[in-house]
Every structure is written in structure tokens, then in C-alpha cells.
Ligand binder design. Structure first.
Ligand code: 13P
Length: 245
């Protein structure tokens, strides 16, 4: 099975920057073989990304979506609006949204339902904070978060669900989980919900191989290193070479 490498751009790249990045990424990776590649630009760049990447096999996901198809929700964007653009999925409940934007397990479950109802795929993010890890609560936190995700997804929709394990203390800090820490968390998650599980948190070309080689790591959700064509492409190539083994 091919690994999935998803680039979460967060609030980086204007629409113009997206066009040049996506053209360069496409030229660098094509033909994309042995790895599933996804980019997650900001809303304002989605249309451009879909246009430039059309026919390349590289998919475009949003970083978030509301649960309703439409309604009086000022500032929000709905799953059918994304689907019409040619976006094929969305991240849900990234830790930055949980920490800074009041995302909860309940709102995450609602969003997952809305995104799946629109026919899109979901990457649902989970992960413990440093305080939780140090208090020995990692397992309890992951169990609670993953069970909320599982409860939100009907069995028939499972093929469109991916989970991303992103320990909060490893995001944007340069502190990667060790391959053993990642594997331990992934195995725990898989015991609750058996879907593809991505690792996220300071994934770089230098550490991608050891993380992606773990038996329960099915890909990566890449932040900072996804903003540069060469480093993102290099991680995608590492994943492709592993899936050929
Ligand atoms: P970094 O790769 O920058 O640590 O970000 C990880 C992340 O949050 C991806 O969603």
C-alpha cells in the first residue's frame, strides 16, 4: 500500500505563491508513483492549487471545514463549497485549532460528519500536549480523541478516513518523536481505529525514513518542510522508495 504524504501549509502562501509552488512541485515529482501526495493550502489558494495540479495525481485538501452544507456562519466555509472547487478532502481538528481556536472532540466529530457527507476524505488530527505526556496521560488523551473520531464515522465511510498522530510538543519545535514513540502511539491508535495513520511533528527529509519505516506509520503530515518544493519532494520520494521495498 502506498504511503500518504500530506503537506499542511497552515497560514502560508498567497494565491500567486501557490501557483508557482504547485507548478514547481508538479514538475519535480511527475510522474507521481508509489506514494499518495496531498497539499493543504489556505482557502484563498485552493482554486489555484486545484487548477495547477489537475491531472497530476497530487490531491488538494482544505485545512478545515464547517459541518453544515450552508447557513448563517459568518467566516466559515462548507464541505460542498470545497467539493465544487475540486478539493478532495480536508484536515479536521489540527492541534492548532484545538489549542487556539476552541476546537473540541465534539466539534471535530461534527466537522468529520459534514466533510464525509459531502463525499470528501478526512484527515482527523489527534495528539497529546507536553503537559499531558509528562503527566502520563498520553494513552488516555489519544483514546478519548480517537474514540470521538471513530464514533463520528459510519463503517461505510471508513475508507475515506485517515488519522494523523501529531504530538503537540513536536509541532514546529524541531523536536521529533522518536520512531519508537511514534510507533507506540500509532499502534495504540490502530487498536482503537484501524485506518491509515500519519505521523506529524517536525518531519524533515533527514528523519522521514526512520519514521516512515515504522510498521504502524502509514505516511506523514508535514508542516514547515512542506513549504519548500525540494524538501517536500524529497520526503515524498523517501515514502515512494519505502513502498517499493
Ligand atoms: P511541523 O512539521 O512544522 O512541525 O508541523 C507539523 C504539523 O502541524 C502538520 O500539520
Amino acid at each position: 500500500v502506498a504511503q500518504l504524504i500530506a503537506g499542511n501549509w497552515k497560514m502560508f502562501k498567497t494565491a500567486k505563491e501557490t501557483i508557482s509552488f504547485c507548478s514547481a512541485l508538479r514538475a519535480r515529482l511527475e510522474p507521481v508513483e508509489g506514494v499518495d501526495v496531498v497539499v493543504c493550502p489556505p482557502y484563498t489558494s485552493l482554486d489555484e492549487a486545484v487548477g495547477v495540479l489537475a491531472g497530476s495525481g497530487i490531491e488538494v485538501f482544505a485545512q478545515n471545514a464547517h459541518w453544515a452544507a450552508e447557513g448563517a456562519y459568518t467566516g466559515e466555509v462548507s464541505p460542498p463549497m470545497l467539493a465544487e472547487l475540486g478539493v478532495t478532502g480536508s484536515l479536521v481538528a489540527h492541534s492548532e485549532r484545538r489549542q487556539l481556536l476552541a476546537e473540541t472532540d465534539e466539534s471535530a466529530a461534527q466537522r468529520i460528519g459534514g466533510v464525509l457527507d459531502a463525499g470528501l476524505r478526512v484527515i482527523a488530527c489527534v495528539g497529546e500536549t507536553e503537559v499531558e505526556r509528562e503527566a502520563g496521560e498520553t494513552e488516555a488523551v489519544l483514546r478519548r480523541q480517537v474514540e470521538a473520531v471513530r464514533a463520528a464515522v459510519e463503517a461505510g465511510d471508513r475508507p475515506r478516513l485517515t488519522v494523523a498522530y501529531e504530538p503537540v510538543w513536536a509541532i514546529g519545535t524541531g523536536r521529533t518523536a522518536t520512531p519508537e514513540q511514534a510507533e507506540e502511539a500509532h499502534a495504540l491508535i490502530r487498536g482503537i481505529l484501524d485506518v491509515p495513520i500519519l505521523y506529524g511533528g517536525s518531519v524533515k527529509p533527514e528523519n522521514a525514513e526512520e519514521l516512515l519505516s515504522q510498521p504502524d506509520v502509514d505516511g506523514a503530515l508535514v508542516g514547515g518542510a512542506s513549504l519548500d518544493v525540494e524538501s517536500f519532494a524529497s520526503i515524498c520520494e523517501t515514502a515512494a522508495s519505502l513502498s517499493r521495498l
